[in-house]
Design a protein. Structure first.
Length: 329
């Protein structure tokens, strides 16, 4: 069976975009692949996080992984810091990564161009840790959103560089992106990815734990356009396209079928349809989340996941250290 690995960095509450772009796919993949899924908590601290809120976000992330359908009997689910090989291989991978490559990483470049002054060395080097996160488990595939594909490409370059120097050590992973829902956009600004908004009002972002009435209101107030005609036109009607894509990703209906159903009707009717689809899914997830949070299973899942992940990761790390000459016994 082929192996797949991915993770989510929960610097805030998980969003509908996280579910559509990642979690939903993990659930589908776990029946086809040997699945490793982790909560990337080391990546959370490249920017300051309030400790109590970070702890809550991490626990919520595990509960939501499970509520969305990840099965610990089918997938290895773990916290990044519970597997000590991650930061150690992360440093080693930094020694096989060129500064020019890190300078070209889009996230770093964007912040530099904006003139941000509080960027940390952790933010600069985190692609090296991400490479370690992946390569420790030698996965065949890494499902990613469009915005993370560049980091997987760097991981491939580092793996090939290491293999060429020391003989075959790492599997060179393939990135996987989905056709529908790979990048869900903000409800208020469809030119930006759905995430916690910069101004703090979060109107463009639906969280998996949002009150259903709040989620519905966000959909109904989503930015569309002045054409007043439902068409599947990503370039000219990006807000409308985003709403149709959200519904399609959640209920499996082809996007064109949804657009055809509401052609000639008002945007309000389409928004109501999308809101119904979204709220049905949120209600399902939240009911399971509430059960999990009171069940005590989170600690058991993480303990068992860490043991399974550490067994694989430590073998890879030992092989790397031996090949590059760090071990003398």
């Amino acid at each position: 069976m082929k192996r797949m690995l991915s993770g989510i960095k929960p610097t805030g509450q998980l969003t509908l975009g996280n579910y559509i772009g990642a979690l939903k796919n993990f659930v589908n993949y776990q029946d086809e692949y040997e699945m490793y899924v982790f909560i990337a908590n080391l990546h959370c601290i490249t920017n300051y996080q309030e400790p109590a809120q970070l702890r809550k976000n991490l626990k919520d992330a595990v509960a939501l992984y499970l509520a969305c359908g990840l099965d610990p009997n089918k997938s290895v689910i773990f916290l990044q810091t519970d597997v000590k090989a991650h930061p150690e291989l992360g440093y080693i991978m930094a020694c096989y990564t060129y500064m020019g490559e890190l300078n070209r990483m889009t996230q770093f470049k964007d912040k530099m161009q904006k003139g941000e002054k509080s960027m940390t060395a952790g933010l600069y080097t985190y692609p090296c840790l991400m490479a370690a996160d992946i390569l420790l488990y030698n996965p065949d595939y890494v499902p990613v959103g469009d915005d993370q594909k560049q980091h997987v490409e760097l991981t491939r370059d580092i793996a090939q560089r290491f293999n060429n120097l020391y003989s075959e050590t790492f599997t060179v992973p393939e990135p996987l992106t989905q056709k529908v829902g790979a990048r869900i956009m903000s409800l208020q600004d469809p030119s930006k990815k759905m995430s916690k908004s910069d101004d703090g009002d979060n109107k463009g972002c639906i969280f998996l734990l949002d009150d259903l009435a709040v989620a519905r209101k966000k959909i109904m107030s989503a930015v569309t356009d002045s054409y007043a005609d439902v068409k599947l036109d990503k370039e000219n009607q990006p807000g409308l396209y985003n709403l149709i894509e959200i519904a399609s990703a959640l209920n499996g209906r082809p996007m064109q079928d949804i657009a055809d159903e509401f052609k000639g009707k008002g945007y309000g009717e389409l928004k109501k349809y999308v809101a119904d689809v979204v709220c049905d899914k949120l209600a399902e997830i939240q009911a399971k989340y509430n059960e999990i949070m009171t069940s005590g299973m989170i600690e058991t899942v993480l303990k068992e996941g860490a043991e399974k992940a550490s067994y694989v990761a430590n073998k890879t790390l030992a092989k790397v250290k031996r090949k590059i000459g760090l071990e003398i016994r």
